[in-house]
Design a protein around this ligand. Structure first.
Ligand code: AGP
Length: 620
């Protein structure tokens, strides 16, 4: 994720940068930093650096304490709030990053996938790296191009973007061109603008709003040159294009939420991007799964004879779905434990076991304790988490980061999808290394995963149907959610989401269990949400739906597009695209996230801050 700010103009840059960074802190808060050029002191002949850079781990408050009222003179600068992806959240890994001379500074949002290869190449050319980040390769690459071609910063960035692979919003300044900011976009959003007295850059509108309401969201694969009073834009092919200006009417609060009313809804809509980022760099062109983070040898991977998943809440539901994929694809037995129960049941573990801790925050006390217990028992420990540098990463031998970006809403949404994707990628990796999946099946599954971001976008179109159902059932006293197989995990997650933000009593059940007790709860008008997408158990699910309808329930069905049998049985129908059955939770849960959200809104409840809950639960 990360927040980027840039300013060039008549005012002192530092206060403008800090103000913009505070407004973008929701995009990342692992560290922050600024680079400011003081034009008066440029001494180009001696090569003496004239750029001041200040960086600090932690929230912006830490940087402000570091600056402690000192002013850094200069009317051009860039700033960054970091959400770590490569390299721990330390002072040294904080942006901006500089080239060897200290004359060029770069801030970056995204992931540069070929950073390893480029780093080796640039080191062999004599460049010195001082951080563990992928970003630093960009600034040395730009330096190397300028050195060899004697070109401008813009020309160097244009060439650099043809070499860099992955996703990047890159913003650069140089002491040799202290009147302009060069901006490049490949995927992550970046916005530029200009007023009569300033040129502005921000990764989101709030950073610019105090200075201009006329902004230019750069298109994918575009470069901009931002100066006081002007913006010029080129495609990555070098052809200049006429930038399209958008006039923004939002107030600051709406702008921070990207125009959405709440962070939860914004995060639901960020799910295509979150899933793209989770997959990025982990599936190569030939469809092979590459997990650089996992350094176990093939023999060690083949020796694993049991996996135990430990997690809490929504993360537990991700683990519940992952159990199905891991067992089906790898034939390794998987146990699933609530982290709070795990240690106290005297689990059977040894050096051939793998304990997989899942948690968005990486700070959940129960999950941490379970992982630490597993380490003491001599097992391998894998963490799947969203937060680089979190405590969970210190309890693990290997960490798969989900790269979903910060999640502000207390109810986990995009981190859940990212966990499902990360766990499935890990399962495919195990299958590939152990040779338990036919090549064509592996390729087919990888292809299905690649289609997911687009299918998530398609699923989001269900909003109008969900809104209608939310209005209809906002006053329900009870809700029942049912599913089978991976659909059971979706049912449990749907019920948890509804409970936590609408305070409606909700039960999630394996559909086959209904007849063993919970069916007694069914009476006229009780809404029953059923997941009908799981291929092998479809007929059985339909029978369960018939059973509850016969007892007066209203049915809210999640089914594949065009499923007429489901339509005939539904009071409300949420249609989702078809994917591989084991991947279906990634799509099926989306209407349920929305249903909870819109019911909370109908009831006038705050979805981002439900009562009694915290984003990370750091007590046992
Ligand atoms: C999810 O919506 C909840 N807020 C909660 O159940 C959460 O998933 C649980 O506390 C676990 O948190 P973690 O993923 O950070 O470990």
């Amino acid at each position: 994720m990360c927040g980027i700010v840039g300013y060039v103009g008549d005012e002192q840059a530092l206060p403008v940068l800090l103000d913009g960074m505070k407004k973008l802190e929701y995009r990342g808060y692992d560290s922050s930093g600024v680079a400011v050029i003081n034009v008066q002191s440029v001494v180009s002949t001696t090569g003496q650096t004239t750029m001041t850079v200040e960086r600090k781990a932690g929230r912006i408050g830490e940087l402000l304490d570091e600056l402690d009222g000192t002013t850094i003179e200069g009317r051009i600068g860039i700033g960054h709030t970091r959400w770590a992806t490569h390299g721990a959240p330390t002072d040294g890994n904080a942006h901006p990053h500089r080239d060897c001379t200290g004359d060029i500074a770069v801030v970056h949002n995204g992931i540069i996938e070929n950073h390893d290869v480029l780093r080796q190449r640039l080191i062999s050319e004599g460049h010195t790296f001082v951080s563990e980040t992928d970003t630093e390769v960009a600034v040395h690459l730009i330096e190397s191009i300028i050195e060899s071609k004697g070109c401008s910063l813009r020309e160097a960035v244009l060439e650099a973007v043809s070499i860099l692979e992955g996703a990047f919003a890159l913003v650069c300044i140089s002491v040799h061109e202290p009147d302009r900011i060069i901006v490049a976009r490949q995927e992550p959003p970046i916005i530029v603008g200009a007023s009569a007295t300033a040129g502005l850059v921000g990764s989101d509108i709030p950073a610019l709003l105090a200075y201009t309401r006329d902004v230019i969201p750069l298109d994918n694969r575009q470069i901009a040159e931002v100066m006081r009073g002007s913006v010029r834009v080129w495609g990555f092919d070098g052809v200049e294009v006429e930038p399209e200006t958008v006039h923004v009417e939002w107030d600051m609060d709406a702008a921070e939420k990207g125009g959405f009313e709440d962070f939860m809804l914004k995060e639901i809509y960020e799910q295509p991007e979150a899933v793209r980022n989770t997959m990025r760099g982990r599936i190569d062109g030939s469809g092979r799964v590459t997990l650089d983070e996992v350094s176990w040898t093939v023999d060690e991977i083949k020796a694993i004879d049991k996996i135990v998943v430990v997690a809490c809440g929504t993360s537990f539901h991700a683990g519940m779905a992952a159990k199905h994929s891991i067992e089906h694809w790898t034939r390794i037995p998987v146990e699933l434990d609530l982290a709070s129960e795990f240690r106290y049941r005297d689990p059977v573990l040894n050096s051939r076991s793998l304990v997989m801790g899942i948690g968005q925050s990486g700070e959940t006390a129960d999950t941490l304790a379970a992982m630490s217990f597993a380490r003491e028992m001599g097992t391998k420990v894998l963490a799947i988490t969203n937060v680089v540098g979190s405590s969970m990463t210190r309890e693990a031998d290997a960490v798969l980061f989900t790269h979903a970006g910060p999640e502000i809403g207390v109810a986990a949404t995009k981190t859940f999808l990212a966990q499902l994707v990360a766990a499935n990628i890990f399962a495919l990796y195990l299958a590939q290394e152990r040779g338990t999946m036919y090549g064509d099946k592996l390729t087919e599954t990888v292809e299905a995963m690649r289609r997911l971001p687009e299918q998530i976008e398609e699923t989001l179109l269900v909003q109008d149907s969900v809104l209608q159902a939310a209005k209809r059932y906002a006053d329900a006293r009870d809700f029942i959610f049912i599913g089978r197989g991976v659909g059971n995990a979706v049912a449990l997650e749907g019920a948890l989401k509804l409970k936590e933000i609408t305070y409606i009593h909700a039960e999630g059940y394996a559909a086959g269990e209904l007849k063993h007790g919970p069916i007694a709860l069914i009476e006229d008008g009780v809404p029953v949400v059923a997941i009908l997408t799981g291929e092998p158990l479809y007929e059985k699910m339909l029978s369960n739906v018939e059973e509850v309808r016969a007892r007066g329930a209203d049915t809210i069905l999640i089914a594949h597009e065009g499923d007429e049998r489901a339509r005939a049985l539904a009071n409300e129908l949420f249609e989702v695209p078809t994917t591989k059955p084991l991947l279906s939770p990634i799509l099926d849960v989306i209407p349920l996230q929305m249903l909870s959200y819109f019911i909370a809104k109908e009831k006038g409840l705050p979805p981002d801050k439900p009562r009694n809950l915290a984003k990370s639960v750091t007590v046992e």
